[in-house]
Design a protein around this ligand. Structure first.
Ligand code: NAI
Length: 435
């Protein structure tokens, strides 16, 4: 099957590479020439474990290529995926569909025979019908089908998620398009992964509902964590006790500094907006959005209390700024709220992150970048763990404490035990939801 993938970002690139690994002939298209240049040179523009090897293997096999020439890519394709961004639209919280619709129009102009246009981007209910109208309006007479195929991969584990998905959702209207989708996902059908066929609107809704539910789960445990701190309970024990109930499950019950990333913040905002537009306000989702902002604010208060009430002239070492480990993605990361609060309060901030520096250098002005946690901790008054990278999980705490001017730790991912930190010489340790 010949496939064109429009948008070679976190989702498009991983999907394109994985489809080529299924044996399909894939052309990834992006309108960012720098991205395409780097890909053509064999460089992977994002950090995603395992992606470089898989990409090189499929380029070498002649199944995977990169271009900024959308017309040529679409002309040769039987299936065209739209995997461009759908960020929050300025002003109203709605998903900005301009990139999706621009891609749909470009595909329609380029198409010269039957093709299936598949939206992988996360889009509001009704957007696939809009894609259909744009294509039909731009190229009347073109034979085509639209399919909604939302993506559920997680950055940092994207290849595994794509190759071994919990489920694949295919929102489809015709038998002909369903057959094309079956062919595209054949390796997954053969290995019995659940492939759920729905109508267009249900597929679109599944993606938003799933993300909003996950954001709710995280926010719920974050609020319970805050209550644990006041009431004298330990959220780690509470989460364990809750999670063993099969109806609840133990995933996404880790208290932290608030959810962030490229999906949850914008998707909860968009879903809340969809609810309002349908005169069905989603009170839970709206509360989750507010509670998450509150969680981030509580973290800043926690840090300020630890720093004797003021950040002024304090040296603060921040470990991790990406929104989660194993990615270089900084979109809506809690660090983008917390670090500027430290800097704004007069702290001198030193940051360490295994992959966050490239993006972080632009997004976090007025901070110093350190090579490792020990150098960051030199003379520091406070150490803050913001992202639970594996390399931060087994630090020599004694060494860290000995290098600091005042050995205090805010472990906002609960990766250390309070007693362990105190034994190592930290005079103060604050986790999240623990005493
Ligand atoms: P991204 O920003 O990393 O990638 C989008 C790419 O599309 C960019 O490289 C951009 O240059 C390109 N692009 C935009 N308009 C174009 C056009 N007209 N022609 C060619 N290229 C164009 O975004 P990301 O993270 O890959 O997200 C894409 C979609 O997938 C979003 O709707 C997102 O919500 C969804 N999604 C993202 C996940 C993630 O973990 N990042 C997971 C599941 C879904």
């Amino acid at each position: 099957m010949k496939i064109a993938m429009i948008g070679a970002g976190y989702v498009g690139l991983v999907s394109g590479v994985c489809f080529s690994d299924f044996g399909h002939e894939v052309v990834c298209v992006d309108n960012n020439p720098d991205k395409i240049d780097r890909l053509a040179r064999g460089e992977v523009p994002i950090y995603e474990p395992g992606l470089d090897v898989l990409l090189a293997r499929n380029v070498e096999a002649g199944r995977l290529s990169f271009t900024d020439d959308l017309l040529a890519a679409v002309r040769g394709a039987e299936a065209v995926f739209i995997a461009v961004g759908t960020p929050t639209r300025r002003g109203d919280g709605h998903a900005d569909l301009s990139y999706v619709m621009a891609a749909a129009e470009a595909i329609a102009k380029a198409a010269d025979g039957y093709l299936v246009v598949i939206t992988k981007s996360t889009v509001p209910v009704g957007a696939n019908r809009q894609v259909k109208e744009v294509i039909a309006g731009t190229n009347p007479g073109l034979e085509f089908d639209v399919v909604s195929n939302p993506e559920f991969l997680r950055e940092g584990a994207a290849i595994d998620d794509f190759m071994k998905p919990d489920r694949v959702i295919v929102g489809v209207e015709t038998e002909r398009a369903a057959a094309v989708m079956a062919e595209i996902y054949r390796p997954l059908y053969l290995r019995d992964f659940p492939i759920i066929t729905t109508d267009l609107e249900s597929a679109e809704m599944i993606k938003y509902a799933a993300n909003a539910f996950l954001a709710t789960k995280i926010t719920f445990i974050n609020e319970i964590a805050a209550l644990c701190e006041r009431a004298g309970a330990d959220v780690k024990q509470v989460a364990k006790g809750m999670g063993l109930d099969g109806r609840i499950g133990n995933k996404f019950l880790h208290a932290g500094p608030g959810y962030g990333g490229s999906c949850f913040p914008k998707d909860t905002r968009a879903l809340a907006r969809i609810g309002q537009e349908h005169a069905m306000p989603l009170s839970i989702v709206e509360a989750v959005i507010r509670a998450n902002e509150e969680t981030k604010r509580r973290m800043i208060d926690k840090l300020q209390t630890l720093a004797d009430g003021t950040f002024r002239d304090k040296i603060v070492a921040v470990l991790g700024v990406t929104f989660k480990p194993n990615t270089d993605d900084m979109r809506d990361a809690p660090a983008l709220t917390i670090v500027p609060a430290l800097v704004g309060g007069g702290a001198h901030v030193r940051v360490v992150d295994p992959q966050g520096r490239r993006e972080g250098q632009t997004l976090l002005p007025n901070v110093e970048w350190a090579e490792d946690p020990y150098l960051a901790a030199e003379g520091a008054d406070l150490l803050v763990i913001l992202t639970e990278w594996n390399e931060f999980r087994a630090l020599d705490l004694r060494e860290l404490a000995s290098r600091m001017a005042v050995p205090r730790m805010a472990d906002l991912r609960n990766i250390y035990h309070p007693a362990q930190a105190r034994d190592a010489g930290f005079t103060a340790y604050e986790g999240v939801g623990r005493i």
